[in-house]
Design a protein around this ligand. Structure first.
Ligand code: ATP
Length: 885
């Protein structure tokens, strides 16, 4: 029995808690080492302890989710209508209304389930990962697979994946507000503490759910899943947020207004018919019910949900993972994309291209490469056949350069052990380390500095050989390298002064001093991604400004931006220049300039705010822990999936699986398609609803008999929405979506033109179906058959009109009418079959009061449908011409 087993049964008194034990004791108790577990042991512990995952809040059960489908004001009106019909003894109408409400709820329930599953699948894709050491090698595994004894490696931006007893720390700071409420980060160490230290004081532990804000660390897992401190507090993680977006809320509001209008109109109509036209009260009640069910677009909410879910799925296929559903809509309105350079526009495969020293001597060059290897947070791993590098790409490039010059990283590091470091930080723009010469008789300490050349130069007093520094000469060399698009870093070193004499104690900005010797410059290339340049051009054509934000030198930034087609090739605004501007000045410049250099994450936040103040919808990319505020603030915060930190991903609305700029452009395109498809569905459904309402109004006002019954209206509404309009949610992208400017987010979904078009189509449909009805009754056709004719004409007109509604910007005769959307043909066919059933199946005849339609009825319907479709097309063409002139 291991001590761990004893712990499981309730800690025995003698065993102090992990934070009170030495590192060695903890490792022994957990039966592990600083090299981590081996694969077999990890697997058997995984069996024993289960997944490192908090149980999820149970989802509302299917019954509750089904009942939620009825919580909608439009449904209340329908239920009210059913009640009135029932009271008046119109059992069939009442049951059909109830049936429709039911079908609608079932469809909504199924679609919502699909949308939720789509989101859930995405959540799995974003499951956090943990870097661990296994068998002495570095590996990345799903955080869920962690077991007690695993050795987890931490770096800035990581969310701590389990409770850890720290075994190594380097400038490690962790923000623990999730647990302790304390928002200031806590500096961590490894020394044992008092057993009764409070949670907030246990600085040698890292707790699950807290955030690493600086430095590095390694810790062995002590507890996982619900046994962690976080698990004890929360017990479970929150379930999925409800599927709702601003557009849906807008629609709900619209539904509210619509309901009031419908009720008022129905009431006024009934009163008028009863008082003026001498209709019976009962008939007028039923007419009011008919008007209400006609005007309500029952299927719209379900179609909207499915259109959004399809958008999410399509975006995933194009490597953009949506974390919050509203982002799907907002993406379509994006007018500015602010993008990091390294890794998103470029390949993030940094390689050392130039090494520039003062006298081109080999000794200095060797010294520089060695210094670059020592002052480095990357790791080089020999795998038998070659080296692999971990860590940030700049550091990896330095390691690779040193390795190819013949250095052995492990040997060098052993010969010059590192005693302190000031890690790289995008605000500081350099890193510094302190080492010892092991080989000297008297161990002496020395410092190495590596970073943005102007920062390094500021601290240099001498050249490598000790002569006074030629700062101007270096500046010329820096500019020349940067103008060639190189990322430029300088490396310097100095022997540590008396303040560092012992070789111990922390390193700080102040203790670094300014007596460094300049070893030289390194120029790194990072080729642009192949897809970046065409994607930038696509965004420009789509009226979207692309702005490049980088921590690099202005000249480097300009050169790379120029090769991608970003900016005018001459202007670049730098971080210090931004600092000197107040919000108003920045607003002017932010809109104008497309390249921002030497920036820090704080500048990103200010830029987002400046652009938003100008009315732009901003997508902003980020990867670091400090990028989180800018990502949260942006309309579309976009994090890098491969190289981004957990902190950035959590703050983002969208995560790019491939860290690629082109995926943002693709997501914007899909966002526009979703918005278009919702608009198309509305444009398709509303004319039918409006048309019927007009017919009923007109009939009552004219003192005529109703051409359709409420049940028949519902029949048309249902097949028009459930079969036909649903196909519109699957419409692919129109070629023009990325050739027009972004939509104005403040503009209503239905602009004046679309409103006009809705009314125009509604009038055409009324004319066709009411006309057919009047003609039929005038020629002595029985009422049931005349009504069937009216319904058939409308349904067939819908089948033709859907072809017009498929394109917002193209005519009926443009290419690909049937080909692009394979669902359109089957949807039309299904509708016609259903309509035939309506007319000929006895059961449906008695349910809907329909009758068998002779062939000429169908002919009338087909001719009417063609005419309506052609007239809509004619209007579109005239309008297009007018707009062009
Ligand atoms: P981009 O915005 O293009 O992605 P970035 O914001 O990642 O770039 P930073 O990482 O902040 O840019 O780097 C800014 C500057 O800091 C670089 O130009 C370089 O001079 C310096 N630098 C970058 N990485 C390191 C490193 N590992 N060690 C020392 N200095 C570095």
């Amino acid at each position: 029995m291991t001590e761990r087993d004893i712990t499981e049964r309730g800690r025995i008194e003698a065993t102090p808690p992990f934070h009170a034990q030495t590192v060695e004791r903890v490792l022994t108790e957990l039966d592990t080492s600083v090299l981590g577990l081996d694969a077999d042991e990890a697997a058997s512990r995984r069996e024993k302890y289960g997944p490192n995952r908090l149980p999820q809040e149970p989802r509302p059960g299917p019954i509750r989710r089904f009942l939620a489908q009825f919580q909608n004001i439009l449904i209340y009106v329908l239920l009210g209508s059913a009640t009135i019909s029932a009271i008046l003894g119109e059992v069939i109408d009442a049951s059909v209304i109830l049936l429709v409400v039911l079908i609608n709820a079932v469809v909504g329930f199924i679609q919502e389930g699909k949308a939720e599953r789509a989101l859930e699948a995405i959540r799995d894709m974003l499951a956090p990962a943990a870097a661990i050491r296994r068998d002495g090698h570095r590996e990345t595994i799903p955080a869920e697979d962690l077991v007690p004894g695993d050795l987890v490696l931490l770096k800035a931006g990581d969310r701590v994946p389990a409770d850890l007893r720290l075994v190594e720390t380097e400038s490690l700071e962790i923000q623990e507000s999730a647990l302790t409420g304390e928002s200031l980060p806590v500096a961590k160490g490894t020394d044992p503490l008092d057993s009764d230290a409070a949670l907030a004081d246990r600085i040698n532990m890292a707790y699950a759910g807290t955030l690493v804000v600086q430095g590095f660390g390694a810790g062995t897992v002590t507890e996982t899943a619900s046994k962690t401190e976080l698990g004890r507090i929360t017990g479970m993680i929150a379930g999925l947020p409800p599927v709702e977006t601003p557009l849906m809320r807008q629609l709900e509001k619209f539904a509210g207004v619509l309901t009031v209008v419908i009720l008022a109109l129905a009431g006024a109509m009934a009163l008028f018919g009863w008082a003026v036209q001498d209709f019976g009260a009962r008939d007028m009640f039923m007419a009011a019910v008919a008007l209400a069910v006609a005007a309500i677009p029952e299927g719209l909410p379900a179609i909207m949900t499915i259109a959004l879910a399809i958008g999410v799925t399509r975006m995933v296929r194009r490597n953009a993972i949506i974390r919050r559903l509203p982002a799907v809509e907002t993406l379509g309105a994006v007018s500015v994309i602010c993008c990091d350079k390294t890794g998103t526009l470029t390949q993030n495969r940094l390689t050392v291209e130039d090494v520039v020293t003062s006298d081109e001597s080999d000794t200095v060059k060797q010294q520089l490469l060695r210094a670059g290897l020592l002052c480095n947070d990357g790791e080089a791993d020999w795998h038998g056949s070659g080296w692999t590098y971990h860590g940030n790409p700049t550091d990896s490039a330095f390691l690779a350069a040193a390795v190819s010059a013949g250095f052995d990283p492990a040997e060098e590091r052993a010969a010059h052990p590192r005693h302190a470091s000031l890690p790289f930080d995008s605000r500081r723009k350099f890193m510094a380390t302190r080492h010892l010469f092991q080989d000297r008789p008297e161990p002496t300490a020395f410092l190495v500095l590596k970073g943005a050349p102007e920062r390094v130069l500021d601290r240099c007093a001498a050249e490598a050989d000790g002569s006074p520094i030629d700062a101007d000469g270096w500046k010329t060399k820096i500019d020349a390298l940067a103008a060639g698009g190189r990322r430029v870093l300088a490396v310097a070193w100095r022997e540590a002064g008396p303040e560092h004499e012992t070789g111990y104690g922390p390193l700080s900005d102040a203790s670094l001093g300014t007596h460094f010797r300049m070893l030289g410059l390194v120029g790194l290339i990072d080729p642009p991604r192949e897809e970046a340049s065409p994607a930038v051009a696509e965004c420009h054509a789509a009226g979207i400004r692309v702005k490049m934000i980088t921590g690099d030198h202005a000249a480097t930034a300009r050169s790379i931006a120029g090769s991608l087609g970003i900016g005018d090739g001459t202007r670049a605004l730098s971080g210090p220049e931004i600092d000197a501007m107040d919000a108003d000045t920045l607003r002017l410049h932010a809109a104008d300039c497309d390249v921002f250099a030497r920036t820090t994450p704080e500048h990103k936040l200010r830029l987002v705010e400046a652009l938003q103040a100008d009315g732009r919808i901003v997508a902003m990319t980020g990867d670091g822990v400090n990028d989180a505020p800018a990502l949260k603030r942006a309309d579309i915060g976009t994090a890098m999936g491969a190289n981004g930190t957990e902190a950035a991903k959590e703050a983002a609305d969208m995560v790019l699986a491939d860290d690629n700029f082109a995926s943002i452009a693709a997501a914007v395109e899909e966002g526009r398609v979703v918005y278009d498809n919702i608009r198309k569905s509305i444009l398709f459904i509303l004319p039918t609803s409006f048309g019927w309402s007009f017919v009923i109004l007109a009939a009552v006002l004219a003192g005529q008999i109703l051409p359709v019954t409420p049940a028949q209206i519902l029949w048309v509404n249902m097949i028009a929405t459930v079969t036909l309009a649903l196909a519109l949610a699957f419409e692919p992208s129109e070629s023009a979506v990325m050739a027009r400017p972004p939509r104005d987010p403040a503009a209503p979904m239905l602009d004046l033109y679309l409103l006009w078009r809705t009314l125009y189509v509604a009038m055409l449909m009324v004319a066709a179906s009411y006309g057919a009805f009047l003609y039929a009754t005038a020629t002595g056709t029985p009422l049931a058959e005349a009504r069937t004719l009216a319904v058939t004409v409308l349904v067939v007109c819908d089948c033709a009109y859907i072809l017009n509604a498929r394109r917002l910007n193209k005519g009926l005769f443009a290419k690909g009418l049937w080909r692009d959307n394979k669902l359109i043909g089957p949807a039309i066919l299904a509708t016609v079959v259903l309509q035939a059933g309506f007319s000929y199946i006895p059961a449906l005849q008695s349910l809907f009061g329909s009758a068998a339609l002779p062939l000429d009825g169908w002919l009338i319907a087909v001719v009417a449908a063609f005419t309506v479709s052609i007239l809509v097309e004619a209007e579109f063409q005239i309008w297009k011409r007018l707009r062009r002139n």
